[in-house]
Design a protein around this ligand. Structure first.
Ligand code: ADP
Ligand code: MG
Length: 728
């Protein structure tokens, strides 16, 4: 009967690990050899060009045409020597993943032959046919022009035979059509604002970096089993299947050794990541069976975002050569943990100081407290926006469920930092801030112990946790582009720091000392932002009630959550990063994407229910019916027959009830979809899909999962959870 499932199970069970050739050199010797980084640039560019381009990168300056010409020449030579035949502008449209259009280096040489060409103009700007990328109406198809423009701050790299040049993607009229443009703007905004505040403490600082270290969670599934699950293949998650008797309850996966086949995949991925300059550091099993995690060493935010996108596509590619499929969906399986992407974020100076790290002495600690308090204030004011920045149809399955951060943003500081803020708030300026002619100003209210870093109590239920020298934004989804969350965070903190500077300067201009001014404003912020601080259990129901009382955003409907992008506060936060027009347009894209995702799930489930599950249920029911008819022939005594056929009759009834329920619900869902599709406004349509269409998915799943427990295992058409999760 279910040939495909059993063939797939047999194939998966017999699979052997794929051996990967270990690089002959040690990692440091080949790290980044497919990247046009500074080390390579020194070799391929003249001294003057190298100096000019590094200045552009470090200072964020606009690149001069002549320099672009020189860089292009060097890049071309390097690329050709490394086997590249094509080049592409590599950008992040507002869809999942990245976009690229490959062009060959060849041009006519004017003498009937060909030469390899690559000019500064081509490096700097391209005009991809952009009409098929979402723009939320910013660019109608008549004016289909969009430009991709080189981002020199993220180095070009070679994948296979193609030189990839990281670019931004903007419309003819200058609006951003991608994730990178606003990210870069938010990075420069926070850098500028943080530097101004830093100068209260250290005038030597001349640049601030925003850092990101992501942790990527994912599942691996054997490719034959994957192919036998149309729902996984088309939607990235299982729309049905009963829980496996054993799943993660023993926690034996997390602490167990990495399965051999998986280890080979991880090694392969690591080698290729190192070549591309991605400093992959940790790999381990995660909580759920067949779930794993990968994390590099943190990098400057823009580069880290690019590397995450790059690694997501590498994972997909490399998984295939190990007969796996990688699942980046936030919730591929019901009943076990989903996948997130923790975004570890911090700010640091060009003098090597981490602004979120308590200093070795008290001097740096006032600066530390200043930044912590401003971040608290920023997260408080923008808690709705930060939630919107991580919200999607897929991440919604994770948020609010009992294993993930709740759909409420709060900050966990740990007891030590909380205590210091409390002390600061309740002491006088003289106690809170110590002024020393030699040492400058420092924190008066107690030392922040050095052990803090190792000691930060880990609150796993917090969506935004301080972990000793950084904040960990844990609500980000595993399939997301980190840029969305990082843009919102950088922008929020930038706006807050600008405001802080204005308030402090105003007090100073009124005649207060710097210490008094800092103290007064910080104290006010500590008070105002108290409600965002939460050290308790974020999963509890009491917290939901409490958070509402505190005025935090508790909205759970994703389409409605997106409204926060265009709130008064968000428009202020995004000043000079995204205009109001752009914010509205981008929301149109978000609503449209939301609708499409639910629509696809709904269609796939309808098809599976009607064409895969119901026919099997009816076939099995017919076997039972036949059995009952035959029993009746043998057991002529009605009482005896009743006794012998009791269980079969009960099953026959149950099957009918479930089949009828599935059938009725699927048709109800189709009608609901038709109605929703007629709605003009993208926002209203998305809300209708959320409120009316999506609930059908669970309602249809329920009777299907019940049928799975009744029907003959030999007949069940789709690989079961125990097969998907334990074969590797
Ligand atoms: P875990 O949270 O599981 O303990 P790690 O300690 O390995 O994980 O760190 C997770 C990520 O945080 C890594 O990518 C690491 O490089 C990054 N990280 C560490 N320090 C910082 C920092 N100051 N700023 C940003 N990211 C950081
Ligand atoms: Mg972590």
């Amino acid at each position: 009967m279910s040939k495909l499932r059993f063939k797939a199970v047999a194939a998966a069970a017999n699979r052997k690990p794929v051996e990967v050739e270990k690089p002959k050199e040690k990692t440091s010797a080949y790290f980044g050899n497919k990247v046009f980084n500074r080390k390579t640039m020194i070799q391929y560019l003249s001294k003057a060009t190298f100096k000019a381009i590094t200045k552009v990168i470090d200072k964020g300056e606009v690149i001069d045409r002549a320099i672009a010409e020189h860089v292009a020449a060097g890049m071309r030579m390097w690329a050709l020597e490394n086997g590249a035949t094509h080049y592409t502008h590599w950008f992040h449209p507002l869809t999942d993943g990245t976009a690229e259009k490959h062009d060959a280096f060849v041009e006519h040489d004017g003498n009937g032959g060909m030469i390899e060409e690559f000019s500064g103009k081509i490096l700097a700007q391209q005009e991809p046919d952009a009409s098929s990328f979402p723009s939320g109406g910013l660019r109608n198809t008549f004016e289909a022009r969009g430009y991709s423009a080189w981002d020199p701050s993220s180095p070009a790299f070679i994948i296979g035979d193609t030189l990839c040049i990281p670019t931004i993607f903007i419309s003819y009229t200058g609006e951003s059509l991608d994730y990178k443009t606003p990210l870069l703007k938010s990075i420069s905004a926070v850098s500028k604002a943080a530097m101004d505040v830093c100068h209260y403490f250290d005038p030597q600082v001349s640049k601030i970096y925003s850092f990101l270290g992501w942790e990527q969670e994912y599942f691996l599934v054997d490719e034959d089993l994957f192919a036998a699950r149309p729902d996984l293949a088309l939607t990235g998650r299982t729309l049905m299947s009963h829980e496996s008797a054993k799943n993660q309850q023993l926690e034996d996966h997390y602490f167990g050794s990495i399965p051999q086949r998986v280890l080979k995949f991880m090694e392969d991925l690591e080698y290729q990541s190192y070549e591309l300059g991605i400093p992959v550091k940790t790999r381990h099993n995660e909580v759920a069976p067949n779930q794993f995690e990968l994390a590099p060493i943190y990098e400057e935010c823009n580069l880290a975002v690019d590397q995450n996108l790059l690694i997501m596509s590498l994972m997909e590619k490399i998984a295939r050569s190990h007969s796996f499929r990688v699942l980046l969906h936030e919730k591929p399986f019901k009943g076990i943990n989903g996948s997130g992407k923790h975004n570890n974020w911090s700010l640091g100076t060009d003098t090597g100081v981490n602004l979120l790290s308590p200093g070795k002495d008290t001097e740096e600690n006032l600066q530390f407290i200043t930044f912590i308090v401003n971040i608290l204030a920023a997260v408080h004011k923008n808690n709705a926006l930060l939630k919107a920045s991580i919200s999607s149809a897929t991440n919604a399955h994770r948020l609010g469920a009992n294993e993930a951060p709740p759909a409420i943003i709060s900050v966990f500081l740990g007891t030590q930092v909380s205590d210091i803020l409390d002390k600061f708030e309740s002491s006088s300026v003289k106690d809170a801030i110590v002024v020393d002619d030699k040492k400058g100003i420092s924190l008066g209210v107690g030392q922040i112990p050095e052990i803090l870093l190792d000691n930060t109590d880990r609150n796993r239920t917090s969506p935004f946790a301080f972990t000793g020298n950084r904040f960990e934004f844990r609500a980000v989804g595993s399939s997301a582009n980190c840029a969305s969350a990082m843009t919102a965070l950088n922008a929020s903190v930038a706006e807050q720091l600008r405001l802080f500077k204005i308030e402090v300067d105003t007090l100073i201009n009124k005649g207060k000392s710097k210490e008094e001014a800092l103290y007064e404003v910080l104290k006010k912020y500590i008070k105002e932002s108290r409600v965002i601080r939460f050290n308790g259990n974020g999963y509890s129901d009491e917290w939901k009630v409490e958070a509402k009382k505190r005025g935090l955003d508790c909205e759970t409907s994703v389409p409605v959550i997106y409204d926060s992008y265009t709130s008064k506060q968000s428009i202020k936060t995004f000043a000079n990063i995204l205009s109001e027009v752009e914010l509205h347009a981008r929301n149109e894209v978000k609503w449209e994407t939301y609708v499409k995702k639910i629509q696809i799930e709904s269609r796939v489930l309808g098809d599976l229910a009607l064409n895969h599950i119901i026919p099997v249920a009816i076939t099995y029911q017919s076997i039972l019916l036949e059995n009952v008819a035959n029993l009746q022939k043998i057991f002529t005594d009605p009482a005896k027959f009743q006794e012998m056929a009791e269980e079969q009759i009960r099953l026959i009834e149950k099957i009918s009830i479930h089949v009828n329920a599935i059938n009725a619900k699927v048709h109800g869902m189709i009608d609901a979809r038709k109605k929703a599709n007629n709605i003009e406004s993208e926002r209203e349509k998305a809300i209708e899909y959320h409120d009316v269409v999506a609930p059908f998915l669970d309602e249809i799943r329920y009777p299907i999962d019940k049928l799975e427990l009744i029907i003959d295992n030999n007949m069940w058409p789709l690989p079961k959870y125990r097969e998907l999760l334990f074969l590797r």
